[in-house]
Design a protein. Sequence first.
Length: 222
Amino acid sequence: MSTDALAAWVQARTRIDWTSAAGEVPAPVEPIVDGLTTWCGEGGRSADLARGQRLLAALAQARTDASRRLPLTCTLPTGWQQLVLGMPGVRFRQGDAFAKGGRERYALTPHTEHDFERCLRDSADPRVPLASRAARAYLDVAFFHPFPDGNARLAMLTLAYVLELEGVRLDQVGPLQTTRYADDDAGTEDLAALLFVLIRSTHQRVTRFVTEGSALPHHCLA
């Protein structure tokens, strides 16, 4: 049987120095072009129009939940996932899950759902920089793999929710779409650092556009 990647992730997330993995970012950040809305409208790596519409509905709900300051517990991702999949009654997975062509296994124990919710609560820890908290929540969803399908999309929505609580939106999210591995500490730190750069770069582009009337970068016009 393949190694339990979830157990590897639970160990890895305790090794990472989240407070130094990313710097403090400006907030709020309101981009000229909403990169996540664009990504959702495109279906998140898919040209499926219906899939894109479901993702947009889930993003709208996630942002509404953030505006209400609702705590990030299992209830919120479950509601978003119902919209992502277009299915009522979505439940936490009932057995081991697999990804990457079956090469990565996420075991299920009697404590998995409780552990997942505990990890989600870490996203509100004010001692950890925003970029690190959002990156960690993204990977929590990816490696706990809470639902039978759609977890990559849900991970992005969870990241968006954590940022939205601080009034931060990105003008591009494509660079985040890279395969991640549960036991890759350096890759995990790189994700937090990348998110920090994306937030800071979005802020800088907005500031430059407002103060100098600069043309929008090509990726913002796509």
